[in-house]
Design a protein around this ligand. Structure first.
Ligand code: COA
Length: 325
């Protein structure tokens, strides 16, 4: 490996020859862990299973033997799409081209191993620097759940909503057959799902039988306001421990009907195991509902604002042939 190339007098830009780009292994875990240090980082909790998963490649970039970047690709949509997940560069090495080099390497590997792949898809949490095709956007509402009795709180909130005459629907837990009929329903795809896609934990899936088969094997709580004329659906992932020891759970919520979204959110909270201290909820909603949902969570439910790492998560989808150099 050579010395990093210098593109301007102030910013070092690495080139491919500076980095060792390689497949991730179990032995790299400790170093990989050190890349991940915030509440949104579920990666350490899935790293080992990702290494064993079919149709997935995890790539690391090392500098002088030290892991400084990770990116991963999962082949989905009946083998047609490369879904990029978990991109991360060590904080001290950001903005020096490492993310781009790792990304490019992953895509080159996909082209060789999976020549039938036509699309690439990922989530960006920051501004878009180039003409990427944007399918949709979700807004992050980051919340701290105070150490209170959550079931009691939810009962009070529901009873207040009913007293005020607000619409409240008792949402339904979805069985696998319900999941298939709702998520493959054309109206739900076109009017409820952001950009016609299912997002879970920062990964974006086309609503297809094969993708639902993958998702139904995961530990996900599926909820909808109702089975027919569905207006709100959500996927809640099992709480994971972040690097600070917090218990974090993510709820991906789809739909623009405020009452239905509130009801489904409450139902997701009801499905949680008993909670202790340091509980964080990362709720993703349609951006049009973010002011009302903030108001509902903070003022009506008494939850606290958590660390807002970003606002929008943007769904990007492009042809795999797009030049990323
Ligand atoms: C986003 C991040 C990976 C970018 O890496 P970087 O080395 O700082 O910046 P670079 O200029 O080299 O890389 C930018 C490139 O990273 C890649 N990249 C950025 N976001 C990506 C994502 N979500 N998925 C896959 N690759 C991504 C792209 O190739 C991008 O190129 P572009 O700017 O032309 O689109 C890095 O800043 C980081 O780790 N941020 C914190 C975690 C994060 O936001 N991860 C992304 C969502 S999972």
């Amino acid at each position: 490996m050579g010395r990093p190339g210098v593109r301007s007098c102030t910013t070092i830009q690495y080139s491919e020859s500076d980095l060792d780009l390689c497949l991730a292994t179990e032995k790299d875990f400790e170093q990989v862990q050190s890349l991940f240090n915030d509440e949104t980082d579920y990666m350490p909790s899935v790293y080992h299973s990702w290494l064993r998963e079919r149709n997935r490649v995890v790539i690391l970039a090392k500098l002088h033997g030290q892991v400084i970047s990770l990116n991963s690709v999962h082949i989905v949509d009946d083998g047609q799409t490369a879904l990029l997940e978990g991109a991360k560069v060590a904080a001290s090495e950001r903005g020096k081209g490492v993310g781009r080099l790792t990304f490019r390497h992953v895509i080159e590997l996909v082209r060789v191993r999976y020549p039938e792949v036509k699309k690439q898809r990922f989530i960006k949490e920051c501004k878009l620097d180039r003409g990427l095709c944007v399918l949709g956007t979700q807004f992050l509402i980051s919340l701290r759940v105070p150490s209170i009795n959550v079931p009691t709180l939810i009962s009070e909130v529901i009873s207040n909503m009913k007293k005020r005459g607000d619409e409240y629907y008792k949402p339904i837990p979805l069985q696998p057959d319900d999941v298939r009929s709702i998520f493959l329903n054309r109206t739900v795809i076109d009017t409820v799902l952001p950009g016609g896609r299912i997002i879970v934990n920062g990964s974006v899936f086309k609503p297809l039988e094969s993708n639902l088969d993958i998702l139904l094997k995961r530990d996900i709580v599926w909820r909808a306001d109702r089975k027919d004329n569905t207006r709100a659906v959500s996927l809640g992932t099992a709480p994971y421990r972040d690097p600070m020891g917090n218990r974090v759970f993510m709820i991906d919520m789809f739909g623009e009907d405020l009452s239905a979204v509130k009801s489904v959110f409450l139902s997701q909270l009801q499905s949680l195991p008993p909670l202790q201290d340091n509980v964080i909820c990362l709720l993703f909603v349609n951006p049009s509902l973010s002011p009302q949902m903030w108001e509902f969570c903070i003022n009506e439910m008494g939850l606290e604002k958590g660390k807002q790492y970003w606002n929008d998560e943007i769904i990007v989808e492009d042809d795999i042939s797009q030049n990323y150099v």
